[in-house]
Design a protein around this ligand. Structure first.
Ligand code: NMN
Length: 332
């Protein structure tokens, strides 16, 4: 039925159907990397939705895919305090330091424990708040206590759902980054236009996320990996592994290169494996984050004033970064 032949109620029903279909296809395309329909079919549905919304502007939902594109210029970024601080992690630079970390953990945690190992993505940390499934706020890490409200820009990142698959209230934290290929393309374009190039993907991601023009952010292909479910969330999980699986389940993008180990020697092997694979990944990493997996064990280990005692970031040597730069013919 052509949109102008529909009654308001029929249009309303179709708009709801289209938003949820397009949400599902976008999730398959941007998060799972497994589209289930051809682009032309997606584009037709998108066009149908835009036309209906143009005819009936009152039917425009805040989480409609047409509402991502980035609106007016921003005047600045409002400062927002975090519900709980976004702490930094202690660093380790050698095998010995990781073994010493494990020794401390074993003394703080009585009984068995496991480690959850994750890639340390080189981007910027953000906190995403969802209320009853809707994205309501995105804030940068800032100084850890107070960050900047970058919601308008984050809404333009296609892999970040505006509505979760389950209508949960939660805070997820993660890293916004620019894929290596997008970074190279962006710098090539800037060079052609006589503009200053970005030094690395992290700077490019930061400059893009903190741009006052959400349309610039929308055009630059930022992406995200969420890595934690904040304790303030109204969901209970008992391990980090479970938390990340839950984030996956509700449509939030997590990094699949993660694993749980029960011994520090397996952790060391994981670190070594990814130090070698580093240059072949489509995004930059600067190390491995190792977390005690069980939340009750994390609680036993506790915090120092600056960082959790149950986690550590193994930092890859800076030397490696130079090799990566050469390998992918960095255009800076
Ligand atoms: O701006 P959006 O709506 O995300 O689209 C950008 C491009 O990505 C378009 O060319 C669109 O066809 C494509 N896309 C395809 C699918 C799919 O399921 N085939 C989903 C989302 C976007």
């Amino acid at each position: 039925m052509a949109s102008f032949e529909m009654s308001f109620d029929e249009a309303k029903e179709r708009v709801e159907e289209l938003v949820s279909l397009l949400d599902q296809y976008s999730h398959e395309y941007y998060v799972l990397d497994q589209p289930s329909i051809p682009d032309e079919d997606y584009d037709k549905l998108y066009k149908e939705l835009s036309e209906l919304e143009e005819l009936y502007p009152t039917l425009i939902q805040n989480n409609s895919p047409t509402q991502r594109v980035g609106g007016a210029l921003l005047e600045g970024f409002e400062k927002v305090p975090h519900d709980s601080p976004m702490l930094s992690l202690d660093n380790a630079f050698s095998e010995e330091e990781l073994i010493a970390f494990d020794h401390r953990v074993s003394q703080l945690v009585s009984g068995p424990y496991t480690y959850h190992c994750e890639l340390k993505i080189d981007g910027l940390a953000v906190s995403l708040k969802y209320e009853e499934g809707r994205l309501v706020q995105a804030v940068t890490r800032g100084d850890g206590t107070v960050g900047e409200n970058v919601t308008a820009n984050v809404r333009t990142i296609k892999s970040i759902p505006l509505k979760l698959k389950e209508l949960l209230t939660l805070e997820a934290r993660g890293e916004i980054y620019m894929p290596k290929s997008s970074f190279i393309k962006l710098n090539e374009k800037r060079e052609e236009q006589g503009e200053a190039v970005f030094a690395n993907p992290r700077n490019a991601a930061a400059g893009t996320l903190r741009n006052l023009d959400p349309q610039v952010t929308a055009s630059r292909n930022l992406n995200v990996f969420l890595y934690s479910l904040n304790a303030s969330s109204k969901i209970s999980v008992s391990t980090q592994d479970e938390a990340l699986n839950l984030l996956d389940k509700v449509g939030l993008r997590t990094n699949p290169e993660r694993q749980v180990f029960s011994s520090i020697s397996d952790v060391l092997a994981f670190v070594e494996e990814y130090q070698e694979k580093r240059a072949t990944l489509p995004y930059e990493i600067d190390g491995i984050v190792i977390k005690v997996n069980e939340l009750d064990n994390q609680q036993k280990a506790g915090f120092t004033v600056k960082a959790p005692r149950w986690a550590i970031a193994f930092k890859f040597p800076a030397e490696e970064a130079k090799t990566v730069i050469r390998d992918i013919e960095w255009s800076v």
